[in-house]
Structures are given as C-alpha cells and as structure tokens.
Design a protein around this ligand. Structure first.
Ligand code: NAD
Length: 337
C-alpha cells in the first residue's frame, strides 16, 4: 500500500484526497491545511487526519477547538509520497521539505515545469515518468490538450494545432475573481502559455494557443483546428477519439448544447462534486476538410487532473504499467468509456 499525504486542501487537494481513499493500493495518511474552516471540519468528520500547514495554523485550529494530528512535517514523515496541492508557486517553496525528508512528490500545474523531474499526463508519458523522484501534473487545459493531441498524433500525425481556449474566469468558490461582465484577452499576446506547457509533455507538437477569460465558473471550452499529416475523415477522427481513454463524446441530439448541460449531466449521474474527469468532445462538431479537423471540447477544470494525480502517485512508486494504473484509476472513479 502506498501511503499518501496531501498538502493543501482546496479545489484540487480535496478531490485528490477523496480519490486516494478510493484506491485499494493507497492509504490517505492525512491532509495539511492552513485554515480551520468548514472544509477542515468536514474532513475531520469524514475520518481524515488534518495536519496544520505551519505553527501559526496550529494556533488558529486550537482557537476554534479543532484538534490537529500534528504539523505538515509530521505528515511528510509518515508518508511515501506527498501530493502538493497548495496555490500556484507555493509548491516550489514546500519542495525543500519533501527533499529533506527524502520523500517523492507530485506537484500541480501552477508550478513552473522545473519544480519536478518531469511534467506528466498519464496516457502520454507514464513510462518515462516511472520511478522518478517528483512529477508535475500539468494544468487542466494542458492535460486536456495533451490527451487529444497525443491520440491524434499517434493515429495520423499532427502537423499543426491551433486552439482557442475560452477559460472559466474563476472556480465556483472564488468570490474575488472576475470579470463579471467582459471577455478578457488572457493574455493579449499570442500564443498563451498553454502552447509551451503542452510541449513540456509532448515536445514535438507544433501548437499555437489563444486564450480568453469568460464570465463563468464551471468549465473551459476549447475550439480546436488541427492539421494532420495523413488523411482522416470526420468519422475516423471520431472513432479514434472514442477509443482514447478519458475522452468522451456527447451530441446535440442528446441535448448537450452548452457547458451548463454538462454540469447538469454530471449532477444527474451523481458524480461527487459534479466532477467530470473526462475531456468532453461534441461528436457532431467534428469536421474534416483538406487535411484539417475542427471540433469543440469542454474541460472541467476542477476535476480533469484528479485521475492524473492518482496515476502520478503510481508512476512515482515505479510498480505499475500505464495500463494497470489507468485501469485501476478509471474503475475507482467511474470514468466513462
Ligand atoms: P486552492 O486555493 O483552492 O487550494 C489551495 C490550498 O492550499 C488551500 O487549502 C489553502 O488553504 C492551502 N494553502 C494556501 N497557502 C498555503 C501555504 N502557504 N502552504 C500550504 N497550504 C497552503 O488552489 P487550487 O485551485 O486547488 O490549486 C492548487 C494547484 O492546482 C495550483 O498549482 C493550481 O494552478 C493547480 N490547478 C488548479 C485548477 C483549478 O481549476 N482550480 C486546475 C488544475 C490545476
């Protein structure tokens, strides 16, 4: 059993902690948190050991009568692998703690690529990641793009990808972010950072990305235009994507016309926290012409990296193949195929 600790219990940390608890080959030793809020109380009620991120936090927890199991350092000592899910650029500051304790670590996409030995997307580079000391699970948008581009590159060869990303402006609980009434060029310069980030996992992909922030909280929506090296019809692209793990097709005929319908779908399925771990591609949007394929895809930013974090833990352990790990992860999370 791989003993896992999660440092940071926000959007990503909470989901990864829940997912770790579903794995037969993993034990969630505990989570580290700075603030004694409702999330900490619920974690304790669910039998999760909560550790204080630092000395100041210990006092804050004790003031509101919440008992902690110890300090972050105690948690690190008791685990085999730490998943760092603290806010962007905080992970790199925590890294010396993991190195000092000789513990393997999984970092998130908000960190610079050099925080870890490799950037990771399970179906693209599990084998190269196996047995390393640290991995960085790339961001939500990058994870989704890598799944798609790796699949199409293997099947047809990708000559060039151009992608416009309409990004959710904030996560549902982020009350201080915006815009409320604007479409923000994010950034104005092209390409956005996503193109370079994709190449941290797929170094040979020729890609340009343009990003916008739109006033919504629940999903990103990508418009993709991809030139292929060999001929592909719309139906063969659909078949290829349909056979690719963690990519799911929906259609307008079934009532899917917006990201709102996808959120509603996740709720109807009874997914925890309405989470969609899969890339969602509109099959009726797929169009192939003159060696170019176009389609729309939605990405649930809060959930898509959760299976990658679980597979990153197994890759670091060095005891699994990509196929074995992904199968276990997919089954435990009920990933659609
Ligand atoms: P978050 O703000 O929701 O959660 C961060 C957690 O870390 C909170 O529990 C916070 O209290 C705790 N924390 C804050 N400062 C800390 C510190 N100094 N030390 C320890 N803990 C601290 O953040 P998030 O959205 O879960 O993002 C975490 C990472 O995941 C970032 O790298 C981010 O870029 C990446 N990511 C986020 C999303 C998303 O949509 N939110 C998607 C993919 C990847």
């Amino acid at each position: 059993v791989i003993r896992v600790g999660v440092n940071g219990y926000g959007v990503i940390g909470r989901r990864v902690a829940s997912a770790v608890r579903l794995q037969e080959d993993m034990e969630l030793v505990g989570v580290a948190k700075k603030t004694p809020d409702y999330k900490a109380r619920l974690a304790a009620q669910r039998g999760i050991r909560v550790y204080a991120a630092d000395g100041e936090s210990v006092e804050r927890f004790s003031r509101v009568g919440l008992e902690v199991a110890g300090l972050l350092e105690d948690l690190i000592r008791s685990v085999d692998i730490v998943v760092d899910a603290t806010p962007e650029e905080v992970g790199v500051k925590n890294k010396p703690l993991y190195v000092k304790a000789s513990k393997k670590a999984v970092f998130q996409g908000g960190e610079a690529p050099d925080v870890a030995d490799a950037s990771f997307v399970a179906q693209c580079n599990f084998l190269e990641a196996a047995g390393k000391q640290s991995l960085r699970v790339v961001s939500c948008n990058t994870t989704a793009l890598c799944r798609i581009l790796h699949s199409l590159d293997q099947a047809y060869g990708v000559r060039r990808a151009r992608v416009v990303l309409a990004r959710r402006a904030a996560d549902p609980e982020e009350t201080k972010k915006g815009p409320i009434d604007s479409v923000v060029l994010d950034p104005v310069e092209i390409p956005s950072h996503h193109a370079e980030d994709v190449r941290t996992v797929l170094p040979n992909i020729n890609i340009t990305t343009m990003a916008l922030k739109v006033p919504t909280t629940h999903m990103h929506l990508h418009s993709l235009i991809i030139s292929l090296k060999s001929h592909a019809s719309a139906s063969s692209v659909r078949d290829t994507l349909e056979q690719t793990p963690r990519i799911v097709m929906v259609s307008a005929a079934d009532g899917f016309r917006s990201t709102s319908h996808l959120v509603d779908f996740a709720r109807e399925m009874g997914r925890p926290r309405n989470d969609l771990y899969e890339n969602i591609v509109w099959q009726d949007s797929i169009r192939a012409e003159d060696g170019e394929v176009c389609f729309f895809m939605a990405v649930h930013q809060e959930a898509i990296v959760v299976p990658e974090n679980i597979d990153a833990i197994r890759a670091l352990s060095g005891r699994f193949t990509a196929g074995e790990s992904m199968l276990r992860t997919n089954r435990s999370l009920g990933i659609l195929k």
